[in-house]
Design a protein around this ligand. Structure first.
Ligand SMILES: Nc1ncnc2c1ncn2[C@@H]1O[C@H](COP(=O)(O)OP(=O)(O)OP(=O)(O)O)[C@@H](O)[C@H]1O
Ligand SMILES: [Mg+2]
Length: 229
């Protein structure tokens, strides 16, 4: 039977049918500030803590220092050593023009291969997809993404890929079709002044999951869902 990785979001794993199947590629999609990075780090942190995984967080967005600061403020502050590695490639953007025309997916793949040999991680977070696309200059996007996803699957990596998306649910993206699952995070205005955080599992291949929208909050080192009223 396929192994399932719990999200450790209280109440949510039950709605997913148990968790995220091993080897799946999941998009964590949302607008700015919807806690995409926090939730993805939380997934790594808790699975490493539960001692059933080794994790790698590949950041093209935020520096390692900034991420560690943010996560420690959230109480996710245990040093898990080589069990959870943060690799900061945020500076790669500034040199992107030097590598114009190169196939960035291949460069990232090579880099990941080295890291995989070194740390033997089995769960991976990529923060975020739009950077990979800028780097690969967008030509043949779907084919390149498909090949990259196939490569991740061959390594049997369970991968969360953060995706910055607009709030418009009608826009269809290549990656939405190629991924095994999509978890959507939103900030929703309720009434005049209240803003609620929401989470929804849009798709999860092979799982009899609930597609409903839930309210999500973070408190006492725990993400927790409640029904959205
Ligand atoms: N201790 C905390 N408890 C609850 N919420 C917090 C806490 N600390 C930060 N936040 C919220 O988390 C938000 C940032 O989350 P995060 O950086 O994970 O979002 P993101 O979706 O990755 O954003 P970006 O699009 O900028 O990458 C903050 O704007 C704040 O609203
Ligand atoms: Mg982020």
């Amino acid at each position: 039977m396929t192994k399932l990785f719990k999200t450790h979001i209280k109440g949510f794993d039950k709605e997913l049918g148990g968790g995220i199947p091993e080897g799946h590629i999941i998009l964590i999609a949302g607008t700015p500030g919807t806690m995409k990075s926090s939730l993805s780090y939380y997934f790594l942190y808790n699975n490493v803590m539960a001692q059933n995984a080794r994790g790698l967080y590949l950041s093209f967005e935020q520096s390692k220092k900034s991420l560690i600061f943010q996560m420690s403020r959230m109480g996710l502050d245990k040093d898990l050593g080589d069990g959870l590695k943060i690799v900061d490639l945020s500076r790669i953007r500034s040199v992107a023009s030097d590598y114009k025309g190169k196939n960035w997916f291949n460069i990232i793949k090579k880099h990941l291969e080295l890291l995989h040999n070194k740390y033997q991680f089995n769960i991976l977070v990529i923060d975020s997809l739009p950077v990979l696309e800028i780097l690969s200059l967008m030509d043949e996007k779907r084919t390149k993404l498909f090949q990259f996803f196939e490569w991740l699957r061959k390594l049997n990596l369970t991968t969360l890929i953060i995706n910055e998306v607009s709030a418009d649910p009608n826009i269809l993206r290549d990656e939405d079709f190629l991924a095994d699952g999509i978890i959507h995070l939103t900030l929703e205005r309720v009434g005049d002044i209240d803003i609620f955080r929401r989470i929804r599992c849009v798709k999860l291949r092979g799982m009899d999951h609930n597609t409903s929208i839930f309210t999500i909050e973070y408190k006492d080192k725990l993400f927790k869902i409640t029904p959205a009223l």
